[in-house]
Design a protein around this ligand. Structure first.
Ligand code: E4P
Length: 218
C-alpha cells in the first residue's frame, strides 16, 4: 500500500519524507488555506515546493467547476511539475474533464467520492486515482470502510487500473483497516503514519534490552 500525507504543511511533509516511507502528498483548498497559502502564484509555487521535497505524486486540486475552466486550470497544474496529479471533483463536469485528461495522458485524482457508483464512473473515465472519503462517512454514522471494500470488489471484477486512494483517513486504525481490505493508497495526517510505530511492548522490551546491556557493560 502506498502512503500519502494529506497536508500542505512543508515541515510535516519533510518529516514524513525523512522517514523513508512516503509515496506522495494530497492537498485540497482547505489544507492550503490552513497553511495561509493564498493567491494563485503563491499556491502554484507551493505545489512546486512540495514536489521538490517528496519523491512521488502530488495532488493539486482545481477550483473551477465548469468543464472548460477545469481543463484550463488542470493543464496549467500538470505543466508545473511531472509529479503533479490533477485533482478533480466528482461531478458531471469533473467526469468529462477526467476523461479529457486521461485521453491526454495527464494523471487525475477524482475527489469527494462517497458511493461505489461514483467510483465506477470515475474508473470508466480513466481516473488514475479515486478518493473515497472514509472519515467523512464515519462522521455521519456510515461505514466508510464498507465503501472501500465495495469499490475494491468492483474494480477487481473488471480489472480497472484506477487506484483506490483511501482519503479522509483520520487515525492509525483507519490505515491498518485500509491495508486489510486492499486499498491501493491511503492519505492521512502525519499522526496516522507515526501512530503505526507505537506499541508499549516495543518500548518496554527496548528499555529492558538497554538495561541488561548496561548491567553487563559497566
Ligand atoms: C482528500 O484528498 C482530502 O484532502 C482529505 O483526505 C479530506 O480529509 P478530511 O475529511 O479529514 O478533511
Amino acid at each position: 500500500m502506498k502512503f500519502f500525507i494529506d497536508t500542505a504543511n512543508l515541515e510535516q511533509i519533510k518529516e514524513a519524507q525523512a522517514l523513508g516511507v512516503l509515496d506522495g502528498v494530497t492537498t485540497n483548498p482547505s489544507l492550503m488555506a490552513k497553511e495561509g497559502i493564498t493567491g494563485k502564484n503563491n499556491i502554484l509555487k507551493h505545489y512546486v515546493d512540495i514536489c521538490n521535497i517528496v519523491d512521488g505524486d502530488v495532488s493539486a486540486e482545481v477550483i473551477a467547476t465548469d468543464y472548460e475552466g477545469m481543463i484550463k486550470e488542470g493543464e496549467e497544474l500538470a505543466e508545473l511539475h511531472e509529479q503533479i496529479v490533477v485533482k478533480i471533483p466528482m461531478t458531471k463536469e469533473g467526469i468529462k474533464a477526467c476523461k479529457y485528461f486521461s485521453d491526454k495522458g495527464i494523471r487525475t485524482n477524482v475527489t469527494l467520492v462517497f458511493s461505489s457508483g461514483q467510483a465506477l464512473l470515475a474508473a470508466k473515465a480513466g481516473a488514475t486515482y479515486v478518493s473515497p472519503f472514509l472519515g467523512r462517512l464515519d462522521d455521519i454514522s456510515t461505514d466508510g470502510l464498507n465503501l472501500i471494500e465495495e469499490i475494491r470488489l468492483i474494480y477487481d471484477n473488471y480489472a480497472f487500473n484506477t487506484q483506490i486512494l483511501a482519503a479522509s483517513v483520520r487515525h492509525t486504525m483507519h490505515v491498518v483497516n485500509c491495508a486489510k481490505i486492499g486499498a491501493d493508497v491511503m492519505t492521512g495526517p502525519l499522526s496516522s503514519i507515526l501512530g503505526l510505530l507505537k506499541h508499549p511492548l516495543t518500548d518496554s522490551g527496548l528499555a529492558q534490552f538497554l538495561a541488561d546491556y548496561a548491567k553487563g557493560n559497566q
